[in-house]
Design a protein around this ligand. Structure first.
Ligand SMILES: [Zn+2]
Length: 277
């Protein structure tokens, strides 16, 4: 198995929304904000080459919404999905599978593109993997998440015939399990990968950045923040005990980290790149 980091650039989101009840005086130490209180976040994807399968985790925002929409998110940086794939000798049509951790626009927007006013998959040969619970939740969105579950990102995946569901507890592949978290949104999927004798956990929005490691640093976007705190407590302990490596989708600086017990609670241990493993 080979793993590749697929950098797709950066976007901005309100720092307060990203840190929930935590005061700015605390979070700005790790995640400085601009004059509009926006912090910079990465959309860092993971590509897994394993046997005949080439699996991408998440797709970032894509480019089909209008200028007004993207005006809110200040997309920037030199990397794109296609450039990063090309760097390793891949094309998007080589991708056989895409695991969508959840269907918020910054994770699945790139799955669908606009072509001659039609909305079609941006990956011709890929199966898209979600789960029934999350799919049902996303296509009938609650008022809180409605602005994150965009119909144009989601419905065309189903209409394309490329949508597949994993069952809870079902293994994705010999070396890849899917873990779940239900506090950010219903049934978010966290791929867990056995790699070079280590375990890598793709954190998606359970841990957006190293600055979010203290247990109460839960995003304001989470639908069930108390559940997120419980989930973090049990995941964080497991991560320390089993020495997992965490892959960070949204941290604008740090790619991978490990955790350790400290007097203050569980905190970061080491920070490194995927290529250092
Ligand atoms: Zn996200």
């Amino acid at each position: 198995m080979k793993l590749y980091t697929i950098d797709t650039g950066f976007f901005k989101l309100d720092g307060g929304a990203m840190f929930g009840v935590v005061p700015k005086s605390l979070w700005q130490r790790t995640n400085p904000a601009d004059s509009n209180n926006l912090c910079t976040w990465a959309n860092r994807l993971l590509l897994i080459e394993d046997g005949k399968r080439l699996t991408l985790i998440d797709t970032a925002l894509g480019d089909k919404q209008d200028a007004k929409f993207f005006g809110h998110y200040f997309i920037h940086g030199d990397d794109t999905l296609d450039k990063s794939l090309a760097k390793y000798g891949f094309h998007r049509d080589d991708i056989t599978d895409i695991i969508l951790t959840h269907l918020h626009f910054d994770h699945c927007g790139g799955a669908i593109k606009r072509e001659n006013e039609k909305l079609i998959p941006a990956f011709n040969n890929a199966k898209f993997w979600s789960n029934e619970k999350h799919w049902d939740w996303a296509v009938n969105p609650n008022p809180r998440e409605k602005a994150s579950f965009l119909k144009e990102n989601i419905i065309p995946i189903q209409e394309s015939g490329q949508l597949n569901f994993l069952k809870e507890g079902e293994k994705y592949d010999a070396n890849i399990d899917i873990r779940y978290a239900h506090g950010h949104t219903e049934a978010m999927m966290l791929p867990q990968i056995d790699y070079k004798g280590k375990t890598i956990l793709y954190m998606a929005d359970l841990l957006p950045s190293v600055g979010h490691i203290p247990l109460p640093y839960v995003m304001g976007y989470d639908t069930r923040p108390l559940l997120t705190m419980d989930e973090r407590q049990s995941y964080w302990q497991e991560i320390v005990d089993k020495e997992y490596i965490l892959f960070l989708e949204h941290d604008s600086v740090n790619e991978c980290c490990t955790l350790q017990n400290t007097e203050k609670g569980i905190r970061v241990k080491d920070i490194f790149k995927l290529t250092d493993i």
